[in-house]
Each structure stands twice: as structure tokens, then as C-alpha cells.
Design a binder for this molecule. Sequence first.
Ligand SMILES: Cc1cc2nc3c(=O)[nH]c(=O)nc-3n(C[C@H](O)[C@H](O)[C@H](O)COP(=O)(O)O)c2cc1C
Length: 199
Amino acid sequence: MNEQALSVRDAIINRRSVKNFNGQPVDLDNITTILDDARWAPNHGLRNPWRFIVAANLEYIKFQEVLKEYGVPKWKELSDEDLEKQMKKFSGAGAVVLVIVKEDVRQKERLEDYAGASALIQNAMLLAWDQGIGTCWKTPPFIDNPKFREELGVKPGERIISMLQFGYYDDIPKNRVRTPLEDIVTYYGVDDEEAATEQ
Ligand SMILES: Cc1cc2nc3c(=O)[nH]c(=O)nc-3n(C[C@H](O)[C@H](O)[C@H](O)COP(=O)(O)O)c2cc1C
């Protein structure tokens, strides 16, 4: 386990979603450590509403066959070159984790569980970034495909909320702009004019 290198603030602000991985595998041990730490995410009622399917090392190479089947439309009709291009979005990554959440029949609990799992995913992305490993939270349509779910043993009452890619990268992606705070914050009890003169 690496010693922490980044401050929490630094990791939060500078983490980027990596969409161009360089193909170097991410070792299963790294993924295991990241997930083990990420589990400390807040979750209401300590329901721990998540589980993971990890494909790393040789298994990630095997898993690419599944990704080809479900992630590349009409792959059988493509030339080898076109298929390789299409597969770049999967083959570049170094491992993948499917994050699965229980779908509580109660709406409030279901939202809370999704929120808790989202916090866990952010934890995992920050922990990975701290180790020089990039991530991208992906939600391709096929994660809800019944056949894909069946292939992975995802049960009724469960939902894949993320195909979380892990991988090494050569270049850090540029910052993606966020809405400025002043556009999204209201200071309770302070009128707009007062707030404007305070800035
Ligand atoms: C719920 C969720 C789903 C996402 N799905 C995708 C996706 O399917 N494909 C993709 O390229 N990025 C996906 N992203 C990543 C966002 O595009 C990315 O976080 C955003 O552009 C901001 O970039 P940054 O993370 O580098 O700041 C997703 C992010 C979240 C939180």
C-alpha cells in the first residue's frame, strides 16, 4: 500500500476522468486495496448496499470478449481494424469493476443506497488517483441489458450502477469546467444585493 501522497483537497480538485488509458494492466492487488478502503463510504443504516465484480489481470483480457459482445454493435460485421478501433475504449483500460447496488423497494432507501454507493465510487476514484491510477465511471447502455446481467450473475433486485474502469495514462486530461459557486449557492437570510456587495 502506497503512503498517501496527495492532500484530500488536491485529489478532489485534480482528479480527472481518464478516457485514454495506455493499456498497462492494473494489478488485482491494487484494485483490492482500493475497494477495501473505499468501503468506508457513508451509507445510511449501514446497509452496505453494494457488491463488486472485478475483472483484472488475465480475467480482464477474458472479460473483453464479453465487452465486445455487448459493447460493440454488430462486431461480427466489422473488419479487424474497425473492431480494434471500437475495442480501444475497453482494451485501453487496465482493469474494470462493476459496482452493483441492491434496489430497495422503498424509494427513499433506494436513493440513499445509490447515494452511498456513489460516495464509495468517488472514494475509489480518489484512492486510485493517489496511486497514479486513472479511472472513469462509465454507464454504457449495455449495463442494463438482461443478457449482460445474466452473463455476470447480476440478480433481480440488483443494478449495475457503474462500469468503473481503472488504468494507467500518459497524459492527464484537461480540467472540465464546473458551474461557479456563486451561480448555485443561496445564502439563507441574505438578500441578493447584500450578497453581491459582500463579494
Ligand atoms: C453517474 C456517472 C456516469 C458517467 N458515465 C460516463 C460514461 O458513460 N462515459 C463517459 O465517458 N464518462 C462518464 N462519466 C464521467 C463524466 O463524463 C466525467 O466525470 C465528467 O465529464 C467530468 O470530468 P472529470 O471527472 O474529469 O472532472 C460519468 C460520470 C458519472 C458521475
